[in-house]
Write a protein that binds this ligand. Structure first.
Ligand code: ROI
Length: 191
C-alpha cells in the first residue's frame, strides 16, 4: 500500500509540480475528482476507480478522502451513495482527462438508467488546478460542486486550504452542509 502524506493534497489547487519521472518541460497539474457510486458493491467500485486513476496514463493518484455516505440527490427511490474525493496529478489536458475518466466509467459497466439515477461509478472532474474551462462536454470547476455536500466535505478533508478559481475559500462553504453526509471510515487502497 502506498501511504500518501496529507500535505500533498493540502496544497492550493493551482499547485503545479515538476514530476520526477517526466521530462522537465512538462508540468503536472493537481486535479480533484469526485467519485460516487450506489450500485454493484459501491465501495468496491470506488476502490477500483481509485486504483484506475493511479494507473491511467499521464496520471498519478496523490491522495483520497475517507469514505462518506449520503442520501441520493435526485430520485429518492435509489440506494444511498458512497462518495470520495481524490487528488491526482496529471499532464493531460482537460478534455483528454475527461476521455480517460469516461473510459473508466464505461469499463466499470456504467449505464445511464435515468436522469440523476443510480450508477455503478461516477467520476466527475471537479477542479483542474486553478483553471476555468468550458466546452460542450465539460465545465471546470464542476458547475454543481459548491452546492453538493458529498463533494465539498470530502474535498475539504484532503484540501482544507483550497482556494477556488474565483478566489473563494472552500472552507467558507462548510457550515452550509453540517450533518448532511456521514463520514464512514478511512479507505484502504492497495496501489
Ligand atoms: N447523490 C449523491 N448523494 N451522491 C452522488 O455522488 C450523486 N451523484 C449524482 C446524482 C445522481 C446527482 N446524485 C448523487 O450524479
Amino acid at each position: 500500500m502506498v501511504m500518501v502524506s496529507a500535505d500533498v493534497a493540502a496544497h492550493h489547487a493551482s499547485a503545479t509540480t515538476a514530476a520526477p519521472d517526466q521530462p522537465k518541460s512538462k508540468t503536472m497539474t493537481v486535479c480533484y475528482i469526485g467519485l460516487g457510486a450506489n450500485l454493484n458493491n459501491p465501495a468496491e467500485q470506488i476502490v477500483t476507480a481509485l486504483q484506475a486513476l493511479d494507473k491511467m496514463p499521464h496520471c498519478r493518484l496523490l491522495s483520497w478522502s475517507s469514505l462518506y455516505g449520503s442520501k441520493p440527490l435526485g430520485p429518492q427511490d435509489q440506494p444511498d451513495y458512497l462518495n470520495v474525493v481524490a487528488a491526482i496529478d496529471t499532464d493531460l489536458a482537460p478534455e483528454a482527462l475527461l476521455d480517460s475518466v469516461k473510459q473508466q466509467e464505461d469499463s466499470q459497466g456504467r449505464v445511464k438508467l435515468r436522469h440523476w439515477g443510480e450508477r455503478t461509478i461516477d467520476l466527475d472532474i471537479l477542479l483542474y488546478g486553478d483553471e476555468t474551462y468550458s466546452s460542450d462536454r465539460l465545465t471546470i470547476p464542476h458547475k454543481e460542486m459548491c452546492n453538493r455536500s458529498f463533494v465539498v466535505l470530502p474535498l475539504l478533508e484532503i484540501a482544507p486550504q483550497l482556494i477556488l478559481p474565483d478566489g473563494r475559500k472552500l472552507a467558507a462553504l462548510e457550515p452550509e452542509f453540517s450533518g448532511e453526509i456521514q463520514r464512514i471510515s478511512a479507505l484502504t487502497v492497495d496501489l
